[in-house]
Design a protein around this ligand. Sequence first.
Ligand code: THU
Length: 143
Amino acid sequence: MATTGTKSSRFDAADDELVKRAVEVRAHAYSPYSKILVGAALRAADGRIFTGCNVENASFGMTWCAERTAIVKAVSEGAREYTAMAITTSLPHALMPCGACRQVLFEFAPNLRIIVAGADGTRYETFLEDLLPEAFGPSDLSQ
Ligand code: THU
């Protein structure tokens, strides 16, 4: 599903930069099986940008999505607060993050702002809260 986000004109220069970084990192995607290239760029609250691409595996279930690559890189570099993520693909339409990625993003940024951009130039803004309502998360374990 690629069109559940809100078509928005509220994109600024910082968003443009984030999308650009997501497009750039997409070139590194390792996707010999699906042939779909995905790039993600995550802006941390301290201003740093962490990028990631999808990394497939001959054992298909071991595939890493671009979004999870980006957030794992960020966490391992000490950044745990984020303001936005941009996601781009080689597909013409904008691609929404998969369920596994939504859950992993929720751990650190329950209402992350997400910008999805298609190769056709479409751009949507959405929020994790809307993509993963009533989510299971850290608070469920703090009894
Ligand atoms: N993929 C992502 O990188 N992010 C998503 O949110 C959805 C799917 C990748 C994984 C795999 O390499 C390819 O797209 C097809 O599923």
